[in-house]
Design a protein around this ligand. Sequence first.
Ligand SMILES: Cc1cc2nc3c(=O)[nH]c(=O)nc-3n(C[C@H](O)[C@H](O)[C@H](O)COP(=O)(O)OP(=O)(O)OC[C@H]3O[C@@H](n4cnc5c(N)ncnc54)[C@H](O)[C@@H]3O)c2cc1C
Length: 505
Amino acid sequence: MSEQRIRKVVIAGGGTAGWIAGCALSHQFRDLLDITLVESEQIGTVGVGESTVPPMVAFHRLLQIDEQEFLRAVAGTFKLSISFENWRRHGERYIHPFGITGTSTLVCAFHHFWLESLRRGTHSELGDYCLETVASRDDLFAKLDKPRVNYAYHLDAALYARFLRRRAETQGLKRIEGKIREVRRHPESGHVQALALEGGQVVEGDLFIDCTGFRGLLIEQTLGTGYEDWHQWLPCDRAVAVQTEAVGPPVPYTRAIAHQAGWRWHIPLQHRVGCGLVFSSRHMSDDEARAKLLDDAGAPPVRDPWLVPFRSGRRLKTWNGNVVALGLASGFIEPLESTSIHLAISAVVRLIEQFPFDGIPQSLVEIHNDTSRREMEHVRDFIILHYHANQRDEPMWKACREMELPESLAIRLGAWRERAHAWQGGDELFRVDSWTHVMLGQGLVPGQHHPLARALSNADLRRLLDTLRGQIGEAVARMPAQQGFIDRYCKADPATWLNRGPAST
Ligand SMILES: Cc1cc2nc3c(=O)[nH]c(=O)nc-3n(C[C@H](O)[C@H](O)[C@H](O)COP(=O)(O)OP(=O)(O)OC[C@H]3O[C@@H](n4cnc5c(N)ncnc54)[C@H](O)[C@@H]3O)c2cc1C
């Protein structure tokens, strides 16, 4: 155990991860910690990462962030689901919703009852029993409590960083603009002691949070922690991103549209659309990707496209010595399913829960690293599923179909194929419903389902399904088009994105 008391926290990097950490730590610890964030406008941020998952709503509640104020500040929209287009094969679409599907019992998930209804000759889709799917089909949105609507956000990444920065500074965080030239270490312990900036300033600390993005200035370039590469399962290694005008009202979902060598995202905000083409450099050149993105985006760009190379994988330790890596510095799986900001939030929450005021116990470091590894492997498996289960003809997709899977995923897919069994482990992000919607959407049909579902009489089964559809129909009838809801609830002032001053809090 390192005996050094932890009072001075230094965050290196002011992208989404750095400001999430700065805002959360300064909100929770107030004067108990002395927090400094160093960022360099000259280096800038990755500039993408605008689609999120539902746990962000609870995180904002923890930080007492008012939702309407937040959405106005980031020109945000709501996200009920992801629309997967052309994934299994051309012309097909399925929705991965954030909501609860049907009603499960303690011992039997709803999809078994639904599969039983198909066996008895009823025609329906699993999504017919999920409010978020039905609302997504018609571009509707409202915040309802009964039944509860589960959602996440689409946000402008630059505006979000500004919003968090303003809050963190109000809460006492010190921000330093400057480029880190050197990371100084203790000669014996090897712990990081200080960051030396180009202007000559030296920023000392007890605990350092590395949010310097892919470069991992502290965790990798200084400590040489190591990286596990997942390229053998995740073929894409580059993205070209662009922002376009919004040519229609925002849809309440992220679109993920597969193409011959990867996929394209479409993230609608109030003032523009974030678009990007994710691709495998072995199957598509940068020039082809750029041209395809501009062709397919379907709206005039508002800035030039930019290229973002990435390497799928995870840092072998996200906590090493007195350095905790967050965001891209800790690893990156893939933009699909938009989990990276969530993983940064989850790691910050863990750090706060067990903050090592009186020194860093090795047991804490090991637990943190083990949890990070499991979290990332779980997300990795879920994303590989989308690539692997396909019936497309192009070489990249064929190779994905034929690849050897990680054992953990092979077991999951086997259990689904044999018995329609799906599960969610204690700290896993994706619920049973997520797995079932995506497995079915990708064309994985189970051989059989739980025999317990057969115990229901035809009348009882019909009553269950009809009641669920009726409740969803009534709820959806109360939901306006998402644009109408935004206009009333959180419409952003155009000055928010035109004026580059700090976002208001
Ligand atoms: C193509 C793509 C699409 C993505 N889409 C999504 C998505 O939809 N949803 C999602 O959740 N995530 C997404 N992500 C991930 C998401 O973008 C990141 O998790 C998020 O932006 C956090 O990035 P970051 O803060 O770790 O790094 P960055 O944004 O790269 O920030 C790094 C910071 O470190 C600073 N810095 C670096 N070196 C120095 C230095 N020497 N001195 C001083 N400062 C320095 C930089 O100035 C910057 O402030 C996507 C990622 C990619 C690559």
